[in-house]
Design a protein around this ligand. Structure first.
Ligand SMILES: NC(=O)c1ccc[n+]([C@@H]2O[C@H](COP(=O)([O-])OP(=O)(O)OC[C@H]3O[C@@H](n4cnc5c(N)ncnc54)[C@H](O)[C@@H]3O)[C@@H](O)[C@H]2O)c1
Length: 327
């Protein structure tokens, strides 16, 4: 069985590929190694996959380039696609809209086209985001809630991905699963995300910006729980069949945590006190995100098991051991 993982040098893609390889699967990984954040970190993740060189093939390619994708898989028999490559980040999309269109719109369309023309394909799972819920105030966020008012371009492209997928599934009878991730964290994480930025700033004794005075709530989801959920949806036979071809799921921790609590956990694990700079909300940000995970629990038995305290302890240990502060 061959899995194609896009965004394989990224945070979630790396972990998914690693788990698949440890399990003995063959993995083809795509990534364009762009410099949205430290390329050295992306390369270090790929290095960590090197022990599996017999079953892992890395292709440096841009998913916005349809011809490059076709050439890369021309000799492969892809059974499963885990499509995670994206231009991520809510704030970056304010000043840099172009990569969101190229990767998240054209790139997603190219992956749907690849799925459509791959006769051996069993299923494609792709990444959406909790940001599609925009400024919704009804909590927890449920897949049945309205998602017509994205408050960032990033969110708009992720919602567009879902809509394109629904149409492709309908038109070409494609089995597709969209996962709305809620703030993921853990070892090998992303330097543009709050947890990493805070850890780095605390270690360097720089002030940390605490937006909305630390009262923002996020559903922090530990990477191992996310990987378990991704693999369950790509592998397991769902209790409810993919009759309608396309299914959307929240994948989160179902446990909202205040930003201030996260900072306290970090301070404890690092053994240092943070210098906090209290600030108002940022444009495009939302007060709270918190997942209703009933649907994915019912269909795939998804159940996150890592508490924020345990997850942050593992993150900080990795952060220190690998001297990640250099990225
Ligand atoms: N990490 C989270 O908390 C979170 C939350 C919501 C949604 N998501 C979504 O999950 C997916 C994975 O996120 P992540 O945290 O691993 O992000 P990431 O940025 O670490 O990984 C994405 C990878 O995709 C690659 N990529 C970007 N554009 C590409 C292109 N045009 N062609 C080929 N590769 C390209 C990047 O180089 C990167 O390595 C993304 O779709 C993201 O939008 C993540």
């Amino acid at each position: 069985m061959t899995y194609l993982v896009t965004g394989v040098a990224g945070f979630i893609g790396f972990h998914v590929a690693q788990k698949l390889l440890q399990r003995g699967e063959r993995v083809v990984g795509f990534d364009n190694l762009n410099d949205y954040y430290a390329v050295a970190l992306k390369r270090a993740r790929l290095d960590a996959l090197k022990p599996h060189h017999n079953s892992f093939r890395f292709v440096e390619c841009d998913i916005a380039d349809a011809a490059a994708i076709r050439a890369a898989v021309s000799n492969e028999r892809i059974t499963k696609i885990v499509h995670l490559a994206a231009q991520a980040g809510v704030r970056y999309s304010i000043d840099h809209p172009e990569p969101y269109a190229a990767t998240n719109l054209t790139g997603h369309l190219n992956m749907l086209e690849l799925a459509r023309h791959t006769d051996t394909l069993d299923r494609m799972v792709y990444a959406s985001s909790s940001s599609v819920y925009g400024g919704n105030t009804k909590l927890p966020f449920s897949e049945d809630d309205p998602v017509e008012k994205p408050v960032s371009l990033y969110a708009a492209t992720k919602r567009a991905d879902e809509l394109m997928s629904i149409s492709y599934s309908h038109l070409y009878d494609l089995p597709l699963v969209g996962l709305r991730f809620f703030t993921v964290y853990g070892p090998w994480g992303r330097p543009d995300m709050a947890l990493w930025k805070f850890a780095k700033a605390i270690m360097e004794n720089r002030p940390i910006p605490v937006f909305n005075h630390g009262k923002m709530q996020r559903d922090f989801t530990y990477i191992e729980d996310i990987v378990a959920g991704v693999l369950a949806t790509v592998d397991a036979v769902p209790k409810k069949s993919l009759d309608e071809g396309h299914r959307l799921y929240n994948i989160g921790n179902n446990q909202p945590e205040e930003l201030m609590h996260l900072i306290e956990c970090l301070e404890r694990e690092l053994g240092l006190e943070a210098v906090k700079e209290m600030l108002p909300m940022q444009p495009g940000d939302v007060h709270a995100t918190y997942a209703d995970i009933t649907r994915i629990a019912d269909d795939y038995g998804f159940k996150p098991t890592t508490s924020l305290e345990a997850g942050i302890a593992k993150f900080v240990r990795w952060f220190k051991d690998t001297n990640a502060v250099r990225y």
